[in-house]
Ligand binder design. Structure first.
Ligand code: PLP
Length: 394
C-alpha cells in the first residue's frame, strides 16, 4: 500500500469509527451468530496474491462486524463497562503508526519517560501513597502474576536468610477473589493447593480475623505465608476488603500485600470513595485497569509497587545485546514484568487524562455511580417484593 492509498483509507476508516461511535446503539448488543458461522465464511487458506483494500473492507463489514459483540453499546451491562473514548483511539492510532517497541529506555526514551510520568499522575489521581511507583501491564491477570512472582522472590529470600529448609509457600485471598489469582498461583508454581480462600462477611468482604487465624495455623503446620491478595471491587458483588486490618496482619507476618482493584480501583478518583484505600501505606502492590472504567481502550492495566527493587530482582536480565550506556540513569521496563517487547500504552493514557482532565474523569465515575445507585434501588424493590438475590460464586 502506498502513502496515498494509506491516506485515503485512513480517512475512510476514521470516518467509519466516528460513525460507529455515533450509531453504536443501532447494533444488537450481542453478535447474532451461531458457533462456526464466521469461520465458515472465511477461506481456510491465506490469499497467495495481495487483495484490494476495498474487498477487505467489504468483508470486514459483511463477515466480521456481524460477529462482533458491542462492548461500547449503551445497553451493554455485562462484566464491566470497558469504556473506550475518542482520545484513547487517537492515541492508539499514533502508537500503531509509530510502531515502536518500547522494551528499554533507549528503544524509545519518550515512551519510557511518559510511562513513568503518566503512572505517577495516576498514583496521585487515586491517592496511592507517594512511595509507590508504576508500570503499565497488559492486564490485571499479568500484574497479579507479577505480584505473586515478586512475593515468591521475597519469601524465598526470607527462607534463605533463616537458613531453613524451604517450606511450601502459601497465598491467601477471599472466597470472592478473582479467578486470575488461581491462575497466577498455578503459573507461579505455588501449587493450587497452596491458595487458601478466606471466608467473607455479610457484605462479602474478607474477614481479617479469619485471615490472621489462617496465617497462624499455616505457620504452625510448617507452611510459609508468602502473599495476601485483597480485592477492591469483587467480581460478583463489588465488595471491598478492609485494607487497614489486612495490611496490619500482613506486616506482622511479613507477607507481600497485593490489592486487586481491577475494576473498582477507578472509584478512588473520587474523594468520597477514597476511604477504600485507607491503610494503603502497607501495600506492596496494587493493580487497576484504566481499560475497564477509565475511558481507555483495551489493553491498559496500571500496576504499582512500593519496592521496585524486589520486582526488578524477579524479572531482570542482562544479555550483552540489551545493555546500554544509560542503564544506571533510566528505567528499563523490560525488567518490571514478563514481556521483553512492550507496546507504547502510555500514549493513549496520556491522551485520555489530558483530554478529560481529572475533573472530567471524576464526573464520569460520579455519573456511573449515580446510575448504579438507581439500579440498586430497583434491586431493593425486587427484594421487598420477595425476590432475594442469591450469592453468586466468582
Ligand atoms: C476484570 C478483573 C480481573 C481480570 O482482569 P484482566 O485485566 O482481564 O486480567 C481481575 N480481578 C478483578 C476483580 C476483575 O474485576
Amino acid at each position: 500500500m502506498d502513502h496515498q492509498a494509506f491516506r485515503r483509507y485512513g480517512h475512510e476508516l476514521i470516518d467509519w469509527v466516528a460513525d460507529y461511535f455515533e450509531q453504536v446503539e443501532d447494533y444488537p448488543v450481542r453478535a447474532q451468530v451461531q458457533p462456526g458461522e464466521i469461520k465458515a465464511q472465511l477461506p481456510a487458506a491465506p490469499p497467495v496474491a495481495g487483495e484490494a483494500m476495498e474487498q477487505i473492507l467489504v468483508d470486514f463489514q459483511t463477515i466480521v462486524l456481524p460477529g462482533m459483540t458491542h462492548w461500547q453499546h449503551p445497553g451493554w451491562f455485562a462484566y464491566f463497562p470497558a469504556n473506550n473514548s475518542p482520545p484513547s483511539v487517537l492515541g492508539e492510532l499514533l502508537t500503531a503508526g509509530l510502531g515502536a517497541q518500547c522494551m528499554i529506555w533507549q528503544t524509545s526514551p519518550a515512551a519510557a519517560e511518559l510511562e513513568e510520568v503518566v503512572m505517577d499522575w495516576l498514583r496521585q489521581m487515586l491517592g496511592l501513597p507517594p512511595g509507590m511507583t508504576g508500570v503499565i501491564q497488559d492486564t490485571s491477570s499479568t500484574a497479579t502474576l507479577c505480584a505473586l512472582l515478586a512475593a515468591r522472590e521475597r519469601a524465598t529470600d526470607f527462607a534463605a536468610n533463616r537458613g531453613g529448609v524451604r517450606q511450601p509457600l502459601r497465598v491467601y485471598t477471599s472466597e470472592e477473589g478473582h479467578s486470575s489469582i488461581d491462575k497466577g498461583v498455578k503459573i507461579a508454581g505455588y501449587g493450587i493447593e497452596n491458595l487458601r480462600r478466606i471466608p467473607t462477611d455479610e457484605r462479602f468482604a474478607m474477614i481479617p480475623e479469619a485471615l490472621d487465624a489462617a496465617l497462624r495455623e499455616d505457620r504452625e503446620q510448617g507452611l510459609q505465608p508468602a502473599c495476601v491478595i485483597a480485592t477492591l471491587g469483587t467480581t460478583s458483588s463489588t465488595a471491598l476488603d478492609p485494607l487497614e486490618p489486612i495490611g496490619e496482619i500482613c506486616a506482622r507476618h511479613g507477607v507481600w500485600f497485593h490489592v486487586d482493584a481491577a475494576f473498582g480501583g477507578t472509584a478512588a478518583l473520587l474523594d468520597e470513595k477514597r476511604g477504600m484505600l485507607k491503610g494503603a501505606e502497607r501495600l506492596d502492590s496494587f493493580v487497576f485497569n484504566p481499560h475497564k472504567w477509565m475511558l481507555t481502550n483495551f489493553d491498559c492495566s496500571a500496576f504499582f509497587v512500593k519496592d521496585p527493587g524486589t520486582l526488578i530482582r524477579t524479572f531482570e536480565i542482562h544479555p550483552e545485546y540489551l545493555k546500554t550506556g544509560h542503564d544506571a540513569q533510566v528505567r528499563n521496563y523490560r525488567d518490571w514484568g514478563i514481556q521483553l517487547g512492550r507496546r507504547f500504552r502510555a500514549l493513549k493514557l496520556w491522551f485520555v487524562i489530558r483530554s478529560y482532565g481529572v475533573e472530567g474523569l471524576r464526573a464520569m465515575v460520579r455519573e456511573h455511580l449515580r446510575l448504579a445507585e438507581l439500579s440498586t434501588c430497583a434491586w431493593r424493590s425486587c427484594s421487598r417484593a420477595g425476590w432475594s438475590p442469591t450469592r453468586a460464586s466468582s
